[in-house]
Unconditional design. Structure first.
Length: 382
């Protein structure tokens, strides 16, 4: 038995016994293993200091504390989570500002059909440590405060409507959100060393003004969703209110597709796959179970438009965005050089799937005022 099959067998065994997971046919291949990227090896760094596969190019679209070209808007410091939204023949990219003490918020970049920036503007301000978030099917951006007692804010990427605080979604150290339109719920991660994995069930799908916050529990190897008695989290934190709450070491990015919610935990460098239909949980990637792991500092996660690849950004590591393919190969897709004191945030594809946006939160300076937001264009596979 080769190392790849041995590692997979070990995860199946520990999943059934030590971790209490139920394996599904689709997950037998997990966890992903090191292999060649479908895009080939990384080339030498370009003029922006980014190593990319052959055929791909990068450009800088915004820099923290500087005016966005062609607009009057000054780009925010510490750019973090982000997402893209269709806007006629163009699109909009939104980006959080992970700044403390009421200096956080969200800004937006508007592009026309050729990719030229036509506008930039603020859609949320006065909040604290807006880290990651998630897009909704009704074209709003959920911006999450990564602070004790933090809120989720629903914002309008188009800049027409004021942001709304969604208190029913709970107060805790929010990280990311992912909408599941099939079950009409929203999954939420928590950035605590003993954090939980939540879902919010709106009273009416499409209206987040009221609903039920639930937490994932595990008892006797069975997973269940249990209502959190006090979503306000005071005096008892939401993660400590329900018996048998399933613990996760530093919840980070969250991404839903085709019945599965993929989410990451930075404390153990894992990517998890929650099969919502089967109510099962498996480890899709674990750097300690992967030979010569290219992906460490696991953080934000997104997926391409149509092929099924996952893209996971690193907080630290080699400053890479790594790809995890549907056949469970993990490999670097890009690497930012000369910015070892930063982290990669906010990966998101435009609606056509041929442009990838992301930020280096602290850029070359290592300071929140040195953030750089990029676009990568190239032959992404359809």
């Amino acid at each position: 038995m080769d190392r790849r099959n041995f590692l997979r067998g070990a995860v199946v065994g520990s999943g059934a016994v030590a971790l209490g997971f139920t394996m599904t046919p689709e997950s037998i291949a997990y966890p992903a293993q090191t292999g060649p990227s479908p895009y080939g090896p990384l080339q030498a760094a370009d003029a922006n200091g980014i190593m990319l596969p052959s055929g791909f190019t990068s450009r800088v679209i915004a820099r923290s504390t500087q005016t966005v070209s062609g607009t009057g808007h000054v780009w925010h410091s510490a750019p973090d989570g982000g997402a893209c939204f269709a806007d006629g023949t163009g699109w909009i990219y939104v980006s959080n500002a992970e700044m403390g003490s009421g200096a956080g918020g969200v800004s937006a970049l508007k592009f026309n059909s050729s990719g030229t920036i036509t506008n930039a503007y603020t859609i949320l301000s006065g909040t604290t440590r807006n880290c990651a978030g998630g897009a909704t099917p009704w074209n709003t951006w959920l911006s999450c405060e990564e602070t004790t007692g933090g809120f989720v804010y629903e914002t309008d990427p188009f800049g027409n409507n004021a942001a709304v605080r969604r208190g029913a979604m709970g107060r805790f150290k929010h990280e990311a959100a992912a909408c599941d339109p099939d079950r009409k719920v929203i999954y939420l991660t928590e950035d605590e060393g003993d954090g939980a994995f939540y879902r919010f069930v709106p009273t009416t799908w499409g209206n987040l003004g009221s609903g039920t916050l639930q937490v994932l529990t595990e008892s006797g190897g069975t997973l269940a969703w249990v209502t959190v008695p006090d979503p306000d989290g005071s005096p008892t934190a939401t993660r400590n209110q329900v018996a048998n709450t399933k613990r996760f070491n530093g919840g980070e990015g969250c991404y839903y597709r085709g019945g599965t919610c993929f989410f990451t935990t930075k404390g153990d460098n894992r990517v998890w796959a929650y099969d919502a239909a089967a109510n099962t949980l498996v480890i899709a990637y674990d750097d300690s179970l992967t030979q010569n792991p290219p992906l460490t500092g696991v953080d934000n996660i997104t997926g391409d438009v149509s092929h099924g690849d996952l893209y996971v950004a690193e907080d630290g590591g080699n400053m890479e965005i790594c790809i995890i393919t549907p056949d469970d190969i993990v490999a670097p897709f890009l690497r930012i050089t000369g910015q070892s004191s930063s982290e990669i945030c906010g990966p998101a594809f435009n609606p056509a799937g041929n442009r990838l946006y992301f930020s280096s939160q602290r850029g070359t300076s290592g300071s929140s005022s040195g953030g750089i937001t990029y676009e990568v264009t190239g032959p992404f596979r359809a």
